[in-house]
Ligand binder design. Structure first.
Ligand code: TYM
Length: 329
């Protein structure tokens, strides 16, 4: 039985990128694995969120997670800030993480460029906190999207370094995971880059069918191909990428054929795309509405989740302390 761990930052509702990158496959793994999923609220502090909205954002991720099919009877669901052992491990790992390697991380360079007025130490040590999340449960597999690949590589490096330094075989080297497939990147609908909350190009699991239709309708297209079998421009390829994850293979093939014969009508493609996205999101949205006001259920889930997560995390920390030479008097 593998230990599987998935985390999502508490920056609001989940979008299709989160769902296909980190959640969908995870849901399928709950029966055969020990799965942990958590809301990364401490990670969201690197951008100094307003305290008035922090809790609401944690709640959104939690509700989305549950609505998407995480079963608290089978998996451990918790909020990162409830498991303080993580922060102890984070501190220990930071003693073996080097300025140079942290500053070279793509996500750090990107964030430092985006928020030059707030390049804080938390931003720099983001990968060690993420490694602590993973190593505190000694996870084997971490379902993530393509953008987190480098962080997983660093986690493995930190694990190996700890083991080598102390001459132990304690931490496992966890792998980025997507059900035997390549890690994926769900693109945005605006023609460039990945779908993301801060990019303002996302379709959320909580969006109504009307909102989804509107967003898909607005997606960037052009006047269509003029040569048979021509390559697709990025913004059209992006629509096909989303179609490939939400639609049946024969539907994708149908539109591929139309494209190749220069007969594609973008209106039809968008209609199909919106319809198939709604098929995926509608049941999740229904469930979101059902549980979002059930405070006692959410309290029960997070209390029990924190307890179970702390049980596993404190076992790790006890051993880590021993390995590092801390001894009680
Ligand atoms: P975050 O909150 O940015 O995203 C959560 C998960 O969703 C995936 N994802 C995507 N996958 C495919 N296409 C997209 N457009 C897309 N957008 C987001 C991300 O790859 C991620 O798997 N650092 C993490 C949170 C985290 C974590 C962890 C994850 C903290 N500790 C430990 C795993 C294990 C983050 O910022 O993800």
């Amino acid at each position: 039985m593998d230990i599987v761990l998935s985390g999502i930052r508490s920056t609001g509702n989940l979008h299709l990128g989160n769902y296909y990158g980190a959640l969908r496959n995870f849901i399928r793994m709950q029966d055969e694995n020990q799965c942990y999923f958590f809301v990364a609220d401490v990670h969201s502090l690197t951008t100094h969120p307003d305290p008035r909205y922090l809790h609401e954002n944690v709640k959104n991720v939690l509700v989305n997670y549950l609505a998407a099919g995480i079963d608290p009877e089978k998996s451990v669901i918790y909020v990162q800030s409830d498991v303080r052992e993580t922060f102890e491990l984070y501190l220990f790992l930071n003693m073996h993480a080097y300025m140079g390697e942290l500053a070279k991380t793509t996500s750090f360079k990107e964030k430092a460029r985006k928020q030059p007025e707030n390049v804080n130490a938390g931003l720099l040590t983001y990968p060690t906190l993420m490694a602590a999340d993973i190593l505190v449960h000694n996870a084997d597999k971490v379902p993530v999207g393509k953008d987190q690949e480098q962080h997983l590589e660093m986690t493995r490096r930190f694990a190996r370094r700890f083991n080598n330094f102390y001459g132990v075989e304690f931490f496992k080297e966890p792998v980025a995971y997507n059900f035997g497939q390549e890690l994926i990147k769900i693109p945005g609908l605006d023609g460039s880059g990945k779908m993301g909350k801060s990019e303002g190009n996302a379709i959320y699991l909580a969006d109504s069918p009307k909102e989804i239709e509107k967003k898909v309708k607005k997606a960037l297209t052009d006047s269509g191909p003029t040569e048979f079998n021509s390559p697709k421009p990025e913004y059209i390829e992006n629509l096909f990428t989303i179609l490939r994850v939400v639609s049946a293979p024969e539907v994708v093939q149908h539109f591929e054929d139309l494209w190749n014969r220069c007969e594609i009508k973008y209106g039809d493609l968008k209609k199909q795309l919106a319809e198939d996205i709604i098929k995926v999101t509608a049941p999740i949205r229904e469930r979101i509405i059902e549980i979002e006001n059930d405070e006692s259920y959410l309290r029960k889930v997070t209390t029990e989740g924190a307890e179970k997560a702390r049980e596993s995390a404190s076992k790790t920390i006890r051993q880590v302390r021993e390995i590092m030479g801390f001894k009680p008097f």
